[in-house]
Design a protein around this ligand. Structure first.
Ligand SMILES: NC(=O)c1ccc[n+]([C@@H]2O[C@H](COP(=O)([O-])OP(=O)(O)OC[C@H]3O[C@@H](n4cnc5c(N)ncnc54)[C@H](O)[C@@H]3O)[C@@H](O)[C@H]2O)c1
Length: 368
């Protein structure tokens, strides 16, 4: 049985606690939050848990094996580092921390102590995103031409993080997981419409080796809510609509036909369009956070390897940093640090048969 403590019981913390409470092999011991009213709520829902206003009472509790951190971004690094130094396995909310340097320090600490350090890139655990990865891995889409994601709504403004650090992180982590490719450069523009607040709308273009290109649009000031991703390849195209109740993923057997009866490759030209069936594969509807909590416990037990490990956290933070830099220069492309592009292959699919000993974070800060 893995004894777990949770720090932060605001908006997202209760979802983590609710899911953890149902995970076999997990024993939810203690919840910490500065706000007493939040702890009162936690106790009403889970009368058996202990509560405290001190995060250190979770971190230093010898009976606790693992800590989940669901507090605002500015606190992630310090809390995660303290928890690792106290010998706890850690699941930290997205964004993992505020800079590449902080990410590298956490990776080193977890690695030196052989502890699991997982980042909550929740969507990577959804049935829809796992199905898309399966389709891409199975060459159903063929050579990928573009990735185009829109994540907009009239949303909660975060004072501590721009829309890049809050919303784009979801799309970047999904893209990282399904494409298994790392951009070479990023151009990003954005703007803020509330005085003294971080940017609330941003448009990001990501360039890859070859002709693959990606675009993300994130916006807290949209009258409509959209969660849509298009992935186009030379064989098929995928439409992923996370707001769809039943058919979140649709595969379009559509594309262009290039004339191949030419001698010179430079003469290749558009010959026509191919318009075939549209189908929607079955996707697992388990709540992604539930899958993730089960996975976290199995990683601690050594039964699975972290899917959204600290290296994925580092990769995504590097992209956000490059995008933020480009945004300051009104979209001038910024090269992405390639040192940690894909130092470890993300293990997939999750499987109970994968009885591989946990080797956390093989990449150290020194390689940055
Ligand atoms: N994975 C997702 O889909 C998802 C969704 C929402 C939020 N999040 C992430 O979860 C984190 C928390 O977001 P939120 O919306 O719940 O924020 P929130 O402000 O609603 O809640 C944070 C809570 O943490 C408490 N807190 C702050 N610092 C603390 C500390 N040092 N010790 C103990 N308690 C402390 C606050 O009192 C508050 O109750 C953020 O990193 C956010 O990006 C992730």
């Amino acid at each position: 049985m893995i004894n777990i403590g949770v720090i932060g019981y605001g908006y997202w913390g209760p979802n983590i606690v609710r899911n953890l409470a149902e995970v076999p092999d997990a024993n939810l011991v203690k919840v910490a939050d500065f706000k007493r009213d939040r702890l009162d709520l936690a106790r009403r829902r889970f009368p058996n848990i202990q509560t405290t206003t001190s995060p250190l009472e979770v971190i230093n509790d010898p009976a606790i094996d693992a800590v989940v951190i669901a507090t605002p971004l500015a606190t992630h690094f310090e809390l995660a580092l303290s928890a690792l130094r106290s010998g706890k396995h850690v699941l930290v909310e997205k964004p993992m921390c505020s800079s590449q340097q902080e990410a590298a320090a956490l990776i080193d600490e977890a690695s030196a102590r052989n502890l699991v350090l997982l980042v909550d890139h929740t969507f990577c655990y959804s049935g829809a995103v796992q199905k898309i990865r399966e389709l891409i891995d199975g060459r159903e889409v063929g050579e990928i031409y573009y990735y185009d994601a829109t994540r907009i709504n009239l949303g909660l403004f975060r004072e501590d993080a721009s829309v890049l650090w809050d919303l784009a992180i979801h799309d970047l982590s999904i893209m990282d997981f399904v494409l298994q490719r790392y951009p070479t450069a990023i151009s990003c523009t954005g703007s803020c419409h509330v005085p003294h607040q971080p940017e609330n709308v941003a448009f990001m273009t990501l360039f890859f080796e070859g002709a693959l290109i990606a675009h993300l649009h994130v916006n807290w000031l949209s009258p409509v809510k959209l969660r849509q991703t298009l992935i186009g390849g030379d064989r098929r195209m995928i439409v992923y609509d996370d707001l769809e109740a039943n058919e979140k993923v649709r595969v379009h057997d559509k594309g262009v036909i290039l004339a191949t009866d030419v001698e010179d490759v430079h003469q290749l030209r558009l010959k026509g369009y191919r318009s075939g069936d549209v189908w929607s594969p079955q996707v697992d509807i388990t709540e992604p956070l539930r899958t993730e909590m089960v996975h976290f416990v199995r990683c601690i037990e050594g039964r699975e390897k972290p899917l959204t490990d600290a290296l994925s956290g580092l990769r995504i933070i590097s992209l956000i940093e490059a995008a933020s830099e480009s945004m300051k220069m009104k979209g001038i492309p910024v090269e992405v640090n390639q040192a940690h592009a894909f130092a470890s292959q993300t293990p997939y699919p999750l499987s109970e048969d994968l009885l591989i000993p946990v080797e956390v974070n093989q990449l150290h800060a020194s390689t940055l």
